[in-house]
Design a protein around this ligand. Structure first.
Ligand SMILES: Nc1nc(=O)c2c([nH]1)NC[C@@H]1CN(c3ccc(C(=O)N[C@@H](CCC(=O)O)C(=O)O)cc3)C=[N+]21
Length: 295
């Protein structure tokens, strides 16, 4: 039987552990705070940010939300980031992506205090991850690692194939999978839009992480029997006149081949949000020099 991996359940466990960290911080008179910054009128971005705020409330993290007019000059966003960097009650700063075209995303990311960069997108944090000395692990790849662990899948020595080479998922995912730490040590291949004969690679994989950003791109015929399939895609598509969420994996055909597979929704998405809370309490603990029982 194929196991459908329950991301909501694993994420709930992480959130409980984060709540214990909040208690430990409270005992040391520290209230962890996460600031979310939204410069977009996109309903999906608004939904994601409000979910993150709701998560904060559940675990006892102080949620601070700031909106910047999407038509405002980039300097307004820079000023907002500067203020949050300087605010001692804020331990994590997340600027929701994507940003308007007139805003230089890289400049914004560089401006976030690396000690508050709970997305782990700042070049210093990217460098530390690649150097094998991470301060924060990026939320989605870290969440995937935890999902594999919870499923009893140890990538060590196995063939892992990451489909997608984005800065926020594909690249850091590959680093974690081939890295020397727990949850790594896989022989890791990164495939992308210019890969010749993608299926040739994915069929060799024991673990496939689909992060191509293309709806239902990975189909069952591209998988080996018994593969573990992790679907990072979140694509809103029109189906029979309705808007529904699908992943980068064609679930039905892939489920027939896989030994374990994550659904969309209810797979990686909730884990991404849980690891954001994890990074926020870690940031607060590092800042205040308090020991916390990170889950
Ligand atoms: N600075 C920044 N950091 C991010 O981490 C970031 C971002 N910008 N921009 C957009 C993407 C996307 N992302 C998601 C996280 C959780 C779900 C999630 O929880 N999804 C639910 C369903 C949500 C629904 O129903 O729409 C699920 O898969 O079960 C989705 C998408 C974080 N992102």
């Amino acid at each position: 039987m194929t196991e459908v991996i329950d991301g909501n359940a694993v994420a709930a466990g992480i959130r409980e552990g984060v709540a214990d960290c909040v208690d430990a911080l409270t005992g040391a008179d520290v209230k962890p705070g996460l600031a979310t910054v939204l410069m977009s009128a996109d309903p999906a971005s608004e939904t994601y940010v409000s979910m993150k705020q709701r998560d904060c409330e559940e675990v006892g993290i102080e949620g601070i939300h700031v909106e910047v007019d999407p038509d405002a000059p980039a300097e307004e966003l820079y000023a907002t980031v500067d203020e949050l960097n300087d605010d001692p009650s804020v331990h994590g700063v997340l600027v929701q992506l994507p940003l308007p075209e007139h805003v230089d995303k890289r400049e914004v990311v560089r401006r976030i205090d690396p000690a508050k960069d709970v997305d782990a997108f700042h070049p210093e944090n990217v460098g530390r991850l690649v150097a094998g000395d991470p301060r924060f692990k990026p939320c989605t790849p870290h969440g995937v690692q935890r999902l594999l662990e919870a499923t009893g899948v140890d990538p060590e020595g196995k063939e892992a194939v990451v489909v997608g080479r984005s800065d926020i998922v594909g690249k850091p995912m590959a680093n974690l999978l081939f890295g020397r730490d727990e949850g790594g040590n896989a022989t890791t291949t990164v495939c992308h839009s210019r890969t010749d004969d993608l299926a040739e690679h994915t069929r060799r994989a024991d673990v496939v992480v689909a992060a191509a950003g293309v709806p239902e791109f990975i189909t069952g015929d591209m998988l080996s029997e018994g593969a573990v399939v992790v679907d990072v895609g979140v694509n809103r598509v029109e189906r029979d006149g309705d808007s529904t969420l699908v992943g980068d994996v064609e679930f039905e055909s892939a489920e027939r081949k896989a030994s374990a597979i994550t659904p969309v929704p209810g797979g990686v998405g909730p884990m991404t949000r849980a690891m954001l809370l994890y990074n926020t309490v870690k940031a607060a603990a590092l800042d205040a020099d308090v020991d916390v029982p990170l889950p």
